[in-house]
Design a protein around this ligand. Structure first.
Ligand SMILES: Cc1cc2nc3c(=O)[nH]c(=O)nc-3n(C[C@H](O)[C@H](O)[C@H](O)COP(=O)(O)OP(=O)(O)OC[C@H]3O[C@@H](n4cnc5c(N)ncnc54)[C@H](O)[C@@H]3O)c2cc1C
Length: 381
């Protein structure tokens, strides 16, 4: 394991130099990326246009006669061309694209009574995305009305419901349907998908859009967790009617959800304990409200929002690539995160406990609102 030293704070000129490097790399990657995008679209659109001129029809209008199931679908109501498990971003995005090419012979199976997946399940205080909303949304369905740079759970959930309604997906979603088994039947060349224990459907294609973060996963290695006498709940199963006011509360974990919960609930509770096993790299989340002026600009000139999205995409891509391919950029980022820790936590003992022991990029980093980054009240290890 790599040892990361508790470096002294960097001089301001060095810090500014690092920030400049990051900005410069972002600008270069945005320019290169967007130019590449333009070339790609010019080539593909030209080919598309030539095809229409030569053959007189649109390639997108694929005929879906060949998508009938091997058995006569008109006689069997339990057969589909495709079954999709889950109605989160993945399931809904796929369904919208299927509708777009005229393929309606599919069904989304959702175990909850509402769509949205992660964004329906996670309703804890402070729940929000940590990728800017202009990017964390469907490219084909931009939303000029995001209230914040990083939208809150309820807004993202409403956005997904809006998409399902706009793209007529509701009739293709079967709610309260918990898939328990999928079995490929060779002689039928179909999947047999069992749900709610003994009911089943067949499909030629099966797509898993079941995601990992809509399930509350309880630890089984904490002694006494099952017999704990106080109230307890999981972040992915938050009891929204529960009042935390004046209570002694313990949060187990310091991951992406805890980091959003703690700053929110610390305003209400009497005493708060945060139990941390592994510290993570923290990056300040530069969140702010989107102004009415910006919203109007995005609404009247959607191409501007598309351009902003393109810039965000390439900036994020460069960061991710620097982790994947271990570019020196990640050292600069790590240095800045250390500086952030120094400026936020003055106590060297506490800072030591909060310094990750792994290199940046091995595990995804955590983002927290810059105005929320108060020192934790109590840290147990
Ligand atoms: C607080 C939070 C913030 C996040 N922020 C970001 C971010 O900024 N950027 C990012 O890229 N990602 C983020 N994520 C990750 C997020 O989970 C994904 O981006 C995305 O929402 C996953 O969508 P999905 O459709 O693949 O899965 P999910 O949204 O998890 O949906 C899966 C669906 O499948 C259903 N399902 C599962 N099993 C079954 C079954 N057996 N039968 C029937 N239905 C089933 C579930 O009920 C659920 O509705 C965040 C996650 C959380 C919790």
């Amino acid at each position: 394991m790599m040892v990361i030293k508790d470096l002294p704070p960097i001089p301001l000129y060095k810090l500014l130099f690092y920030v400049l490097i990051i900005k410069l790399i972002s600008i270069i990657s945005v320019i290169v990326g967007l130019t590449g995008h333009c070339i790609y679209y010019t080539i593909t659109e030209t080919i598309h246009l030539i095809k229409i001129i030569l053959y007189g029809n649109d390639d997108n209008a694929i005929k879906w006669e060949n998508t009938k199931t091997l058995f006569d679908a008109s006689k069997r109501t339990n057969e589909y061309y495709m079954l999709i498990i889950g109605s989160g971003f993945s399931g809904l995005g796929l369904a919208i694209k299927l509708n777009e090419i005229g393929m309606f012979n599919y069904m989304i199976l959702e175990r909850h009574s509402r769509l949205g997946g992660t964004w329906h399940a996670n309703q804890y205080p402070g729940c929000a995305c940590d990728v800017v909303s202009n990017l964390y949304s469907f490219s084909f369905q931009q939303n000029p009305n995001w209230s914040h740079y990083y939208s809150r759970q309820d807004e993202i959930w409403k956005y997904l419901e809006y998409c399902a309604d706009k793209y007529h997906l509701m009739k293709n979603i079967q709610f309260n349907t918990n898939v328990s088994q999928c079995h490929w039947i060779e002689e039928r060349q179909q999947w047999r998908v069992t749900f709610n224990d003994n009911q089943y459907l067949y499909a030629q294609y099966l797509v898993g859009g079941y995601g990992p973060l809509s399930n509350a996963k309880y630890p089984d290695n904490i002694e006494g967790i099952r017999t704990f006498q106080g109230d307890q709940f999981h972040s992915a199963n938050w009891d929204t009617s529960y009042l935390l006011d004046k209570k002694r509360v313990a949060v187990i974990g310091t991951g992406a959800s805890a980091i959003q919960i703690v700053p929110e609930i610390q305003k209400q509770v009497k005493q708060l304990f945060v139990f941390q096993r592994t510290p993570g790299w923290i990056v300040p989340r530069e969140d702010r409200k989107v102004t009415e002026f910006e919203k109007k600009i995005f609404a009247y000139f959607p191409w501007i929002q598309k351009l902003v999205r393109g810039c965000l995409y390439w900036t994020y891509e460069t960061t991710v690539l620097s982790f994947v391919y271990r570019w020196p950029l990640r050292h600069v980022l790590q240095m800045l995160m250390k500086y952030n820790l120094y400026s936020q936590v003055k106590d060297p003992e506490l800072r030591k406990k909060l310094t990750p022991k792994f290199e940046l990029g091995k595990v995804s980093f955590l983002s927290v609102n810059s105005d929320d980054s108060n020192e934790p009240m109590s840290v147990g290890q």
